[in-house]
Design a protein around this ligand. Sequence first.
Ligand SMILES: [Zn+2]
Length: 57
Amino acid sequence: MVRETGKGSTKLYTCEECGLEFEEKFWAERCEDYDREHNACSLEIASHAVIERHGIE
Ligand SMILES: [Zn+2]
């Protein structure tokens, strides 16, 4: 199940299979489906994940 996390006004969706976070639930769900089916992450889907932004700016 995709987990919703709220960080301020930003809502993120976490893939519980691999822990990647997405801004769109659509991608988080696709990621979970892919992970379960292939037991691995899809690079294409992972490219839509939110990269850790803390401390970068
Ligand atoms: Zn995943």
